[in-house]
Design a protein around this ligand. Structure first.
Ligand code: LLP
Length: 381
């Protein structure tokens, strides 16, 4: 399918990300329709990909913005997201970032520690403002995903531990510049075993009941993101099962009357539409291993080096019989390897290769290590 764009690709300097905006629209429309069935509010996690043409598509669907830095808040606002649709999470918000978000009157701070509450109280008081906050609670629920992208276990740095809540509730009346509007949870990313979300719902119910027993009912409940995508067969199922995903929350989450349920999806919305297009620089035949050396490396797509993540690799040029290769990048690191023992059509210098499903956490995580040029992006309409 990608091969139909070979002519376009060959006119651009590699490596570059190619984003299929048609597919993006299809995914966003599906997510919107499925969430809409239950009145759920979806925020897009900018950390997955903050490119302007992508944000424009997201914005058109009326999604909110989930941000994890002052610059992401700024980027969301500049892209046109209304401030009242912006949420700001993160364990380490600096004073400058908090002040910026206060000035912008964002919808909500997802607060990750007791000390952060104290700081937001102080900074909001200094401005004579009241900040809306949601408590990000660490629910201690396993996401059954790679340990580096699990966030909702007690051993992870994210969120407020449940044993801290009693003391926190008692202190809330002494924070007049904070308005507690909701609870926030996020257990991890690339979750493909949907039972993790079932467990999350049950845990959220317990925690909501705990608050309710203390007279606290919140207008907002944010259950985070994390829905995974199929990295193995990108052409078969590019649209994640949003219907099954949202249905779990409808079935299990004990929503209070008039309570708004929020989601923060990143990967499932944008991963499938992005491909890293690279050119084969060299072939090298070792004693045992044939190397394909690409002009893209871990600097352009860090996920394989960082999490041993799989990205399907496709030779767009060759139609020859397959051979077995290790596909590596040009960076001076042995972990700069995209795939080992991979069967590809016999590959030659100059062939174009696509690393699939790279629209989320690809370009945004690119680095300049080895003083590499910034990777470029093109858009297929
Ligand atoms: N909300 C919060 C609070 C988050 O921390 C994240 C992702 C999301 C929402 C969006 O999650 P998603 O729907 O995209 O799974 N760089 C890693 C992924 C890190 C995810 C960090 N948090 C990777 O390449 O796999």
């Amino acid at each position: 399918m990608l091969k139909e764009h070979l002519n376009t690709f060959s006119q651009h300097q590699t490596p570059f990300y190619a984003y299929d905006l048609r597919l993006l629209r299809q995914i966003l429309d599906t997510a919107k329709a499925e969430a809409g069935k239950y009145g759920y509010h979806v925020h897009y996690a900018l950390k997955a990909n903050a490119n302007a043409p992508i944000l424009a598509e997201v914005l058109q669907r009326g999604f909110g913005a989930d941000c994890v830095s002052g610059n992401e808040v700024k980027c969301a606002l500049e892209a046109g997201f209304p401030a009242e649709q912006v949420v700001f999470a993160g364990v380490g918000k600096s004073d400058a970032e908090i002040n910026f978000a206060l000035d912008a009157n964002i919808f909500c701070f997802n607060v990750e520690s007791v000390q952060e509450l104290e700081v937001i109280q102080e900074l909001a008081a200094a401005k004579g403002k009241v900040a809306q906050v949601a408590l990000r609670i660490n629910p201690n629920v396993d996401a059954y995903t790679h340990k580096h992208i699990t966030t909702g276990l007690e051993e992870n740095k994210f969120g407020i531990n449940t044993w801290e809540l009693e003391g926190l509730v008692e202190r809330f009346p002494s924070w007049p510049n904070l308005k507690l509007i909701g609870l926030h949870f996020h257990i991890g990313s690339q979750i493909t075993d949907l039972r993790a979300f079932e467990n999350l719902c049950l845990r959220v119910n317990e925690i909501q009941n705990w608050f309710e027993a203390r007279g606290l009912v919140f207008p907002h409940l944010n259950v985070g993101g994390g829905l995974g995508v199929d990295y193995r067969s990108p052409d078969e199922k590019p649209v994640a099962d949003f219907a099954a995903y949202f249905a779990i929350f409808d079935r299990l989450l004990e929503k209070r009357p008039a309570q708004v349920v929020h989601f923060e999806l990143g990967r499932a919305l944008v991963a499938p539409c992005g491909n890293l297009i690279s050119k084969v620089l060299y072939l090298k035949h070792g004693q045992k291993t044939n190397f394909v050396i690409l002009d893209a490396g871990m600097t352009e797509l860090m996920r394989p080096a960082l999490y041993q993540a799989y990205h399907h690799i496709e030779n767009l040029t060759s139609t020859l019989p397959v051979k077995t290769y290790d596909v590596v990048g040009p960076i001076c690191e042995s972990t700069d390897c995209f795939s080992k023992d991979l069967e590809l059509p016999e590959t030659k210098r100059g062939d174009l290769v696509a690393l699939r499903t790279a629209g989320a956490y690809g370009e945004v995580m690119a680095s300049a290590y080895n003083l590499r040029d910034r990777v470029q992006a093109i858009y297929l309409f």
